[in-house]
Design a protein around this ligand. Structure first.
Ligand SMILES: C[S@@+](CC[C@H](N)C(=O)[O-])C[C@H]1O[C@@H](n2cnc3c(N)ncnc32)[C@H](O)[C@@H]1O
Length: 213
């Protein structure tokens, strides 16, 4: 995604304290932040936020945390959450690789990885959000039995990701090579990237991986 830098966005983000959490200042646990004990689900690399804000509207008894490192992109999420007056969503403006610093704030039940950058070159494999170094971060953040739900249009990234989780302690299910023609299409919420790729006729791949207890 080519990002046009916009002056003032960082200040606007930090002013939205109800929605944007400065990871260095998160003093409380997630239960304190959301003022309830509902389960927490996270989306890593939210993009413009259609997916997470729609989920939050559909499921008021789940708290959602969106992680995005690009401020101009995150601002699109925050605007959606403000317009919808959502009470069960918050955003971390940070890189996924820094998440271990928050592991003691409370565990997550589910992580969504939607259309993560595939980084097709082998020398960039370490940047893929399903590289073993990232999976071990997620394992610090997830509850026992926690889940990773992944969607992508990229066959190479899908194959790589399936192999990475298969090598670890997960149970795989709901695997499809064509989400929009599968039994899981009913509950599917299209992300901005998903809409773009499926309009071009590309199939969408998906799996669920559940940590064994
Ligand atoms: C290809 S876009 C997909 C956006 C969205 N999930 C969708 O499906 O429309 C990937 C997003 O992940 C973010 N991202 C990639 N790597 C990240 C990282 N290590 N930490 C935080 N955000 C990241 C990018 O800034 C970008 O907004």
């Amino acid at each position: 995604m080519r990002i046009r830098r916009k002056p003032g966005v960082e200040e606007k983000l930090l002013a939205q304290t109800q929605y944007v959490i400065d990871p260095n200042r998160l003093q409380q646990t997630w239960s304190h932040f959301f003022t309830n004990d509902h389960p927490v689900h996270a989306e890593l690399g939210t993009g413009k936020g259609r997916f997470i804000t729609t989920l939050a509207q559909r499921n008021p008894d789940v708290n959602y945390v969106g992680v995005e490192r690009v401020p101009e992109v995150l601002w699109q999420c925050v605007k959606k959450a403000v317009d919808l007056n959502l009470r069960n969503v918050a955003f971390l403006w940070m890189d996924v690789q820094d998440l271990p610093s928050l592991a003691h704030k409370g565990k997550w039940e589910r992580i969504y990885l939607n259309f993560s950058d595939p980084w097709p070159k082998r020398r960039h494999a370490k940047r893929r959000l399903t590289h073993p170094s990232f999976l071990s971060i997620y394992e610090q953040l997830l509850v026992p039995g926690g889940e990773i739900f992944l969607k992508t249009d990229n066959a190479g990234f899908f194959e790589y990701s399936l192999n990475q989780v298969a090598d670890r302690d997960y149970r795989l299910r709901a695997i499809t090579l064509n989400l929009h023609e599968s039994e899981w299409r009913e509950d599917n919420i299209m992300t901005e990237y998903e809409e773009k790729f499926s309009k071009k006729g590309q199939p969408i791949y998906r799996f669920e991986a559940r940590l064994r207890t």
